[in-house]
Design a protein around this ligand. Sequence first.
Ligand code: AHR
Length: 332
Amino acid sequence: MKSTRKFGPVVAALAAVLLTGGLAACGNSDTGGGSGTADDGKIVLGFSQVGAESGWRTANTTSVKDAAAEAGIELKFDDAQQKQENQIKAIRNYIQQKVDVIAFSPVVESGWDTVLKEAKDAGIPVILTDRAVDSADKSLYKTFLGSDFVKEGKLSGEWLVENKKSATAEVNIVELQGTTGSAPANDRKKGFAEAIAANPKLKIIASQSGDFTRAGGKQVMEQFLNSNPKIDVLFAHNDDMGLGALEAITAAGKVPGKDITIITIDAVKDGMKALADGKFNFIAECSPLLGPQLMDLAKKVHAGEEVPARIETEETTFTQEQAKEALPTRKY
Ligand code: AHR
């Protein structure tokens, strides 16, 4: 008893530290525990980012952080390191902190209903940014802000149909998919497949996930090259996987952009350089600059204003010539 009394305050203090730390410990947070309500009356936005897997993601994080500062919104940021369980923990942490608005870019489409219901029950509006969820109950979130990923895949496929219209032999395509179960991987695959169905000579002979990373793109492309003697086209679901694949293609003694036609999605600076240099052949743009629109939406949903259910980003496509023109003023 004596020793309990002596160590009681220390144990209590330790427990408090562990509890606060535990609640904040999910992924990689810039702002951890504590009350979510800003003392200065600022709107507090809890944002759970997918990770830092690509150039696109880095540009998106910068856009969100810069826009929050510009809009006078206090941002609590968490990097989920591409793990759904980290995103769920971060969202629960934001609910517990009573933030004003939660936004997140869901790493995969499924499995969000329970945590979204918890946010709804706590009266905290949720904004989906960049990636969608497949929840049947649309009342679980206020709006979606991001790209039409099916369209990006379709535009990529349509360019290929046009580019290979005079092909007399079968055209063998390999596909580097994004993160398994993610909206961009599902939708880009679908849009591309629908578009190339216009020409039965265009055949996808192998399709595998490279998880949207350069390392993944390189590793899977090596496997594709080892098991397929004739590869005519690579469709990569993002620039980073395409850039990783370039290394594998060059190491295999092939000339990217010539021996193998390369189509990617995003149009980040490194991808655009590869396109302007003739190593890529076509890029469908996916804009990461969602920050300013996200902050506008956060203010509106916080004020209880109605917002559109879906807001799509305006995007374009680039050929090699167009990339040369666009590169000097490219923002990301
Ligand atoms: O969700 C957008 C996709 O995620 C981008 O195309 C890709 O680069 C990122 O990792």
